[in-house]
Design a protein around this ligand. Structure first.
Ligand code: GLU
Length: 264
């Protein structure tokens, strides 16, 4: 494994199940801890990009809706409300540590269009050069099934590539990649390092996500395959306590590390 000090530009993706309580309301303790650690990473001289889910869930909680969205229109509207909730909180918390945030909402077609992708790349670069912390989500209010990223695991892989990141950290409600499904098999063992994401490995990853988020292990592994082939390392760790990010910098146990593939 590489020495973490060589990772200057880091993308951290945090899922809905980590950012919200079972009630759907934002988990303020976790979010505050996350922001403090990311601000501290900036203090260490690293560049940080946050890919945050939680917009739909925060919208449901803000409006007091008692169900998950039943239609595309409802989901889009809830995301519009929740996204502003999220940004209001991030703006306030990061500015407490002297950092400025910038919101970037992406849609799949931006990635598919070379011109628009280039513009996104330049915006990230400029925000980072200004010392800002870009906060990214899918633009759920104008995106829908079939033309979307299919969840923020995939979005975060694109973001890592567009930003030319050194490392992508996926903070989720799982400890990492196991050799068997740990929810079904108590003898499942965590795999600390993966040198190459193969088809065999993809086959052992179950598909199901959590109730409030959308990502399962399969989408995380697909994301790992994409970024490692693009020369970016990735980590899957449990975001229940965002202080786990320090385990990475301090080279203590954290989850599963996926090595970047050497350029050919
Ligand atoms: N973009 C969605 C949101 O912010 C989350 C997608 C996902 O959980 O992967 O609510």
């Amino acid at each position: 494994m590489q020495d973490f000090s060589s990772y200057r530009r880091v993308v951290v993706k945090v899922g809905t199940s980590t950012l919200t309580h079972a009630t759907g309301h934002l988990d303020l303790r976790r979010i505050e801890t996350l922001v403090r650690v990311l601000a501290d990473f900036r203090n260490q001289g690293r560049e940080v990009v946050l890919v945050s889910s939680g917009a739909v869930s925060a919208g449901i909680a803000r409006l007091g809706v008692d169900h998950r969205p039943r239609s595309t229109e409802e989901k889009q509207a809830l995301a519009a409300v929740g996204q502003s909730q999220l940004m209001k909180l991030y703006e306030r918390l990061f500015s407490d540590y002297g950092y400025c945030v910038g919101q970037i909402l992406l849609t799949r077609d931006v990635m598919d269009s070379p011109t628009r992708r280039k513009h996104a790349e330049q915006t990230f670069e400029t925000l980072l050069s200004l010392g800002c912390i870009p906060i990214v989500n899918e633009n759920d209010s104008v995106s829908s099934e079939g033309i979307n990223f299919g969840g923020n695991d995939t979005l975060s892989a694109y973001v890592a590539m567009v930003c030319h990141a050194d490392l992508l950290v996926n903070l989720s409600d799982v400890d990492g990649l196991y050799d068997r499904d740990p929810r079904r098999d108590a003898s499942a063992r965590l795999i600390p390092q993966v040198d190459r994401v193969t088809d065999d490995l993809l086959a052992i990853a179950g598909g199901a996500g959590t109730e409030r988020g959308t990502g399962g292990m399969a989408t995380k592994l697909e994301a790992a395959r994409m970024v490692t082939e693009a020369g970016i390392s990735m980590i899957i760790a449990n975001g229940a306590d965002p202080l786990i990010l320090y385990n990475i910098t301090d080279e203590r146990k954290f989850g599963t590390f996926f090595s970047a593939q050497p350029a050919h």
